[in-house]
Design a protein. Sequence first.
Length: 234
Amino acid sequence: MRKISTIGFDADDTLWQNEAFFRLTQDKFAVLLQDFTQADHLAERLLAAERRNLGQYGFGVKGFILSMIETAIEVTDARVSATVIQELLDAGQDMLKHPIHLLPHVESTLEMLAPDHKILLITKGDLLDQERKLAQSGLGDFFDGVEVLSDKNQSSYRDVFARHNLNPNEVLMVGNSLKSDIIPVLATGARAVYVPHGMTWELEHATMPVASERLAEIPDLSHLGAALSAFNNS
């Protein structure tokens, strides 16, 4: 395998916290509707709505809020109050304004890698929200390119590599989602580093791929340099 010249980073829950804020809003959702249904049942109905709506709303806060409103209407037989709907909309606004909390070792890792590698941000979701988070993160200068995709799959990664004139054999992708950041990347022939996060959205769950010389798992980004060296020396 060729030495790695380009490193792609996922954003949400790889560089900064994300899922935690969705969980807090979902907890508030359960409190708002506690007179109509149990929290576990509500969570199941919400997840079903999110899965059903992905093709129309895509990933991100806006689709999440619309799915919550739809679920609220369903579980209350259309009796949900305008006050509750407004509280859900306000919660979405709060999520879209929430300050960015970088995960450990992010900035020092990018400082270490940027001088000798092309660094890309490869994320998915709502374009405006992802642009906001990147701007507020203070990390923008580290990236040679930013790709905000509607979804992450083998085809979309190949398109990214083509746009940047990259040979997949020289690319490493780093992320917390097996489904979005690891499995489709390995299918292109590139390499991947899995960095698990304590919270992962249910629709991002996937089975760990079989052991491969193109895949590594690390506990946090402070170990990325060692993983990169191991790839380059294999």
